[in-house]
Design a binder for this molecule. Sequence first.
Ligand code: FSO
Ligand code: SF4
Length: 547
Amino acid sequence: MDNQMFCFQCQETARGSGCTMVGVCGKRPEVAAMQDLLVYITKGLASVTTRLRKEGKAIDKKVNHQITVNLFITITNANFDKDAIVEKIKETLATKEELLAQVNDREGLPEAALWNGNESEFEAKAASDKVGVLATENEDIRSLRELITYGLKGLSAYSKHANALMKDNEEVDEFIQSALAKTLDDGLTADDLVALTLETGKHGVEGMALLDAANTGTYGNPEITTVDLGVRNNPGILVSGHDLKDLEQLLDQTAGTGVDVYTHSEMLPAHYYPAFKKYPHFAGNYGNAWWKQKEEFATFNGPILMTTNCIVPPAESYKDKLWTTGAAGYPGCRHIDGEYGEVKDFSGIIEQAKGCQPPKEIETGSIVGGFAHEQVFALADKVVEAVKSGAIRKFVVMAGCDGRMKSRNYYTEFAQKLPKDVVILTAGCAKYKYNKLNLGDIGGIPRVLDAGQCNDSYSLAVIALKLKEIFGLDDVNDLPIAYNIAWYEQKAVIVLLALLYLGVKNIHLGPTLPGFLSPNVTNVLVENFGISGIGTVDDDIKLFFGE
Ligand code: FSO
Ligand code: SF4
């Protein structure tokens, strides 16, 4: 049977090789087609902006933002709303036509930059052999183009969060756009694309640094914080995703209304920022990682605000209470608009919350987090002493994502079986596999140090570089740090490329290696960076810690 779609951008891709009939994530073929077309014409727009810059013309920030939001929309589990994606295609084509008219020399621009069409032509265009992953025939070139594109999607997501806090890095946007254009350039060899992959990692570091500065500059440096897991007696709104600006506005608008605000999944680290501690109705964290939302959103009783991915197609029981904003979208769910710098209107979701029952308690107790770079630096003496005395033998970075697959229980078991003198450094929703295990502490240093969201993996890199300096080492790989990272979607791809750019070697990536890596591209990563998959828990514990 012919493919209805082709997507292999995430770890849960069907058979580890590609979703061809419908996405394991729930993405329908007609949505996949419009996402493919959006990526294609966004690459076309990026080719035009890159040419204009070459001709000495400035590009408006709004265009940069349009490109990053478009890419964010196509990230796994971010937006399932075909109509919303079609609107983005129309807007992007309009911007592209306007800018194309300003280009002096169109020679060599790709077809994606020159094509234009109206809505009735979108489906046929998306189905043509020019659009989509399989448009590139050579397996290795395709693999590298997609690796770069996915890295750029992740980088766009992080840039978008910084932009929402009114912070931009023109150089990063310029790179995103020139790299997007290069993924359409048939003149580039596999070697050229390997070099571009590393350059993507370099800009990944810059993009994450931008977001780190935006977050900490706006909300303060994360600090050790105990977060409640139980519930209160008021109605609540559950906020998920990664966008702190949305959370801030919702907290402002719910103040004094009798509605509490809880975090879910990747929003948990918001509790670690000083600025969010001033809200008495910021109640705690409810539930676990994104993939548990079907059960947890149902028992929450109140409405849920998805500020980004990961959305699981909602059950009817709470679909009318699921709201989206920003790049997120789901058909039939209400979407709250708002440009950067504008105040979004959350009155609808707040009104709905007022009429809901308080959340049903599914957990009690608390967890501790907030170990981003400044907090760890504040503890540096203690940490260094523990390493020198041998109380801490090793750190293991277990950042990344959680997901539905049973094979991810590996990470729970791995954490449980770790030698007692090993400390986990984490960030991202991967932490939910072991952050409630009560793994104890070493001389007051918790054995699970949570730096924050997936983008805060940057913090872990900063900590590693600081330790390298303190211990007077030449190479970051000489530190007593192992890397056992769980990936799921494309933000994890930019985190991985950033770590590779920083020179980190021998990263273990699981639960499976990406389906979009061809055997030859995998070999390049193995030979140059020592990347490998995971084995059994016992074998890996032996490998990492020699016992
Ligand atoms: Fe998780 Fe989803 Fe943060 Fe991802 S909630 S999986 S890598 O979106 O971005 O860690
Ligand atoms: Fe399949 Fe993942 Fe693509 Fe969804 S995002 S269609 S699960 S590969």
